[in-house]
Ligand binder design. Structure first.
Ligand SMILES: Nc1nc2c(ncn2[C@@H]2O[C@H](COP(=O)(O)OP(=O)(O)OP(=O)(O)O)[C@@H](O)[C@H]2O)c(=O)[nH]1
Ligand SMILES: [Mg+2]
Length: 323
């Protein structure tokens, strides 16, 4: 063999090692961003077919980056990253949430930008567009909640957004009803590279059970409480243990709030509010664990915890999520 063909072989071997053959399988990371309350978590839950992120009609429900996995055999795998809504932060927790989202739009393959079908993009949406103009990643604009609008009213919405920036695609959907959502994975796959299966086929989320339990409790508190109370709560799981030989978990959790007056509201008259939150949470926890749950809830005040770096980190909002 001549020296030149030798070096050719080495080169092709190197090339093969650097770009393994994935066949037609595509995979990648897709971040879902948008203003608070536009339906990001609702959409992610719908796409992966399971409740992995809590939702509510109160803005700033999601506080962490939440990863979930959509796998279609032989076709590809999409790793979705749900993020906290982009807003003007008013405390340390808010600053943390905005940093989480900003870091989640780096190093991804596709960005899904969710908006409401408002006639005109608001100042919040314009700011997001400004940020997105500086990233070299395909952005798919998703106009959500189309069930609240007449079909004809969508064209001007699309027109307004198209003037803001260039989109890879524009897709109107209703995440709550699932309208238009079935074809979304296919639209996304077109923008993903050929790649490996990053996670096991049956994996849906990377969140530990304890975190899901805490989030389900926080969701039920968000649903039951009004005004500023729900925004100031965090949930910690103090104990979670399966009883030997039984499909039963003993769970002790604390709802942390910011003021004494809030504590009273969360407990309610004769403990009625806490009981309601506990009952609603228990139902969903039992579905998730596929076991019975013996849930004890406590309430504690940590004054202005959302303004303390230490307490924000202490309640699970940690620096890893900002990486
Ligand atoms: N009518 C209608 N409501 C929707 C739709 N999608 C979501 N919602 C509602 O919008 C509210 C907010 O939904 P979330 O999924 O929590 O919104 P989010 O963007 O994750 O909000 P943050 O986590 O606070 O940023 C909830 O009350 C949802 O039920 C939709 O397609 N149509
Ligand atoms: Mg959310």
């Amino acid at each position: 063999m001549s020296p030149s063909s030798d070096s050719f072989d080495a080169q092709s071997l190197l090339q093969e090692l650097n770009s393994p053959d994935y066949g037609d399988f595509r995979s990648g990371f897709v971040t879902i961003i948008g203003r608070p309350n536009v339906g990001k978590s609702t959409l992610m839950n719908f796409l992966v077919g399971q409740k992995v992120a809590i939702t509510s009609n109160k803005p700033q429900t999601t506080r962490n980056r939440i990863t979930s996995v959509y796998t279609e055999s032989g076709r590809g795998q999409i790793v979705f990253v749900d993020t906290p809504g982009i807003h003007q932060a008013k405390n340390k927790l808010g600053e943390y949430m905005v940093r989480v989202t900003q870091s989640a739009i780096r190093d991804v393959d596709v960005i899904l930008w969710l908006v409401e079908p408002d006639d005109e993009p608001g100042p919040g949406d314009r700011r997001i567009a400004e940020q997105l103009k500086n990233v070299d990643i395909p952005v798919i604009l998703i106009i959500n909640k189309i069930d609240t609008k007449a079909k004809e009213a969508l064209l001007p919405v699309i027109d307004h957004y198209q003037r803001l920036m260039d989109f890879a695609e524009i897709v109107p959907i209703s995440a709550r009803r699932g309208d238009g959502c079935e074809m979304l994975p296919d639209v996304i796959f077109d923008y993903l590279p050929y790649g490996p299966m990053y996670f096991d086929e049956d994996m849906v989320t990377d969140q530990p059970q304890r975190q899901l339990v805490a989030e389900f409790i926080r969701e039920k508190a968000l649903h039951a409480l009004q005004q500023e109370v729900p925004h100031g709560i965090a949930v910690s799981i103090d104990r979670m243990k399966k009883r030997k030989g039984k499909r039963l978990y003993d769970i002790e959790a604390t709802i942390i709030c910011e003021k004494d007056s809030h504590k009273g509201i969360i407990i309610g008259k004769g403990g009625s509010m806490l009981k309601k939150i506990g009952m609603n949470a228990r139902y969903e926890i039992e579905q998730m664990l596929d076991a019975k749950a013996n849930l004890s809830l406590f309430v504690k005040v940590k004054k202005d915890w959302r303004d303390s770096d230490y307490l924000v980190a202490n309640f699970g909002y940690r620096a890893e999520d900002e990486m």
